[in-house]
Design a protein around this ligand. Sequence first.
Ligand code: SF4
Ligand code: SF4
Length: 204
Amino acid sequence: MPRPVCRRSICLCPRESVSYARMGRDIVRFRCHSCGHCCTDVVCLPTPWDVIRIVKNTGESPYEFLEFLGPDEISEVDDSDSTWLECGGHRYLMALKRGPHGCFFLDKGTRFCAIYEHRPILCRLYPFKLQETRDGKFKGFTLHSDVGCPRHRDGEVVTKPLFTLYRQDCGNQRDYDDLVRVFNRREYPGKQPSDFIGMFIEVK
Ligand code: SF4
Ligand code: SF4
């Protein structure tokens, strides 16, 4: 059965024209109650920048913690998504590997993220959704209604750092798209989706 995905459908980058404005809301009401849903039932699709940060700070091999999922193994990603890797007539998306108990980085004992300080930007943005005014200005953040988070409203999260993260992810996404375009133009015998990793990080 396809697994739900936590990228694109959830965290779309803001348009370049959206800037953080004082008139936007400073806080969004939310508190994470650590239910674990987003680390067990949701697939995380990191950018290459996320992968580089994780490798640099944890020493983990990307060949161990990444997997490449075909269209039948993932849902809610458009066919037109720019990060589909093309290989041998098939398409794949780079994802954090998951096992029966959730994300590769979910600590089996504590049930918390073992790489919390270095986790992908997408994990930091979940389950927030950027809102714009009609004329394209920053309005605030709300909570996605269709991502499975129980969306407890008994806390306050400051929106400016969230906005900065959105911006950062937007730039990272552009670099990702450029790399995928180059990868997809390459054709050679034995091409594997995992060859993509070697385009942005060298593992000794
Ligand atoms: S990297 Fe950490 S926060 Fe992100 S899905 Fe995995 S365990 Fe959860
Ligand atoms: S689904 Fe929501 S409440 Fe549950 S761990 Fe994730 S962010 Fe926290």
